[in-house]
Design a protein around this ligand. Structure first.
Ligand SMILES: *Cc1c(COP(=O)(O)O)cnc(C)c1O
Length: 381
């Protein structure tokens, strides 16, 4: 699905000395590289505060702790996402409220959010799923109206632009009250191990969060709140700081690959290609609303399992993200849920397939992948 070795080979000359610098300095924890990367990422995103931490799941948890959410508070998030999002809500004894997603964008459905809001609701967690910015104007509008926090799960969307109604642009992760991201190796900006970060424009919240990530300490050995130990280590920061200047190019390469895929698949009666918001197809040249963490097709009248097996037989990796809706997972079932409210997610889990998507995909590989997919679909109808 990804080609991390191919990517490394091209930036080895920058990454290796950056890592070596950390080893030579022995500043493994909270070293200057961490601070340098933090500053550079703040500039890139146009956000006031980046607080690095150990991984994207911690980042979400710490964001919720920083907001002071308390047991019993309801937090609304999407049914169709990676489990980390709902996991930390449950872990903090908050009440997850899963809602359906939009059939076109796969992102959290605005009407479904509004329907799920109760007097106990405290926060909304939109996920910029597969790299496409969620409808942030609408979400921020709802949050304002109902006095809620917005926590952006930007693990899959780093580098994407959200275009506001007035045409101005903001990077995803710089719009909500707070945001989280992951630097897991296969993410759009990945390190060589685990890593994550929290973003916010709120000075007070940033201060609170900086203490939480460090055992609740604001003054050495004074523990004012219950915190956690969650750090981005200096070697990972060195890798990330070397890769950050390439992020826009990486995302452009993904968009180029997406465009090629879409040109070939578009219009096929059994295939729906991924798209952007209503005003954009996700691959246009005028905005970067989609950074294609995944390139995900919806199939109709195709035996997906057989297609997966066919691709595997041809040495083409593929993935089903995600095969089970969160509301049906054993850990997150809730008798308040009604199947009628999850029609889109229930359909997507049966019909989606994600194709190889990374920075090293070339046109020849895409031709092989697309023709293998089409051969199967056209000869099995
Ligand atoms: C990857 C991911 C996370 C978790 O990140 P980790 O660094 O693996 O903990 C959270 N949310 C979403 C949507 C993700 O894709």
């Amino acid at each position: 699905m990804v080609d991390l070795q191919g990517q490394y080979a091209k930036i080895k000359e920058v990454v290796d000395p950056s890592i070596q610098e950390v080893v030579d300095s022995a500043a493994f924890i909270n070293g200057p590289k961490v601070h340098q990367f933090q500053k550079n990422l703040e500039d890139y995103l146009g956000v006031k505060h980046v607080i690095p931490c150990a991984n994207g799941t911690d980042a979400l948890q710490i964001a919720m702790m920083g907001l002071g959410l308390e047991p019993g508070d309801e937090v609304i998030t999407a049914d169709f996402t990676f489990a980390a999002t709902v996991e930390v809500i449950a872990l903090l004894k908050l009440t997850p409220v899963l809602v359906d997603v939009d059939p076109v964008t796969f992102n959290i459905d605005i009407d479904a959010i509004e329907k799920a809001i109760t007097p106990k609701t405290k926060a909304i967690v939109p996920v910029h799923l597969f790299g496409l910015a969620a409808d942030m104007d609408a979400i921020m509008g709802l949050a304002k109206k109902h006095n809620l926090y917005v926590i952006e799960d930007n693990a899959q969307g780093i580098g994407a632009d959200y275009t506001h109604k007035d045409g101005s642009k903001t990077k995803t992760g710089a719009i909500g009250h707070v945001a989280s991201t992951s630097f897991f190796p296969s993410k759009n900006l990945g390190c060589y191990g685990d890593g994550g970060a929290i973003f916010t424009n709120d000075d007070d919240l940033a201060h609170t969060i900086r203490g939480i990530v460090n055992h609740g300490m604001y003054k050495r050995y004074h523990h004012d709140v219950v915190g956690v130990n969650s750090r981005l280590d200096s070697i990972q920061a060195a890798v990330l700081d070397a890769k950050l200047p390439h992020l826009d190019d990486y995302n452009a390469t993904r968009r180029h690959a997406a465009k090629k895929y879409t040109q070939i698949f578009k219009g096929h009666p059994k295939i729906t290609v991924p798209t952007g918001k209503s005003t954009c197809d996700g691959i246009c040249d005028t905005c970067d609303c989609h950074v294609f963490h995944q390139y995900t097709l919806q199939l109709e009248g195709v035996d997906r399992d057989a297609l997966v097996a066919h691709l595997q037989a041809n040495s083409i990796p593929c993935g089903v993200y995600y095969p089970i809706p969160l509301h049906k997972q054993k850990a997150y079932q809730d008798e308040r849920y009604n199947e009628d409210d999850f029609q889109v997610t229930n359909r997507l889990v049966e019909s989606v397939i994600s194709l190889p998507m990374h920075t090293e995909l070339d046109d020849e590989q895409i031709d092989f992948i697309t023709s293998t997919v089409l051969n199967f679909i056209n000869s099995n109808s």
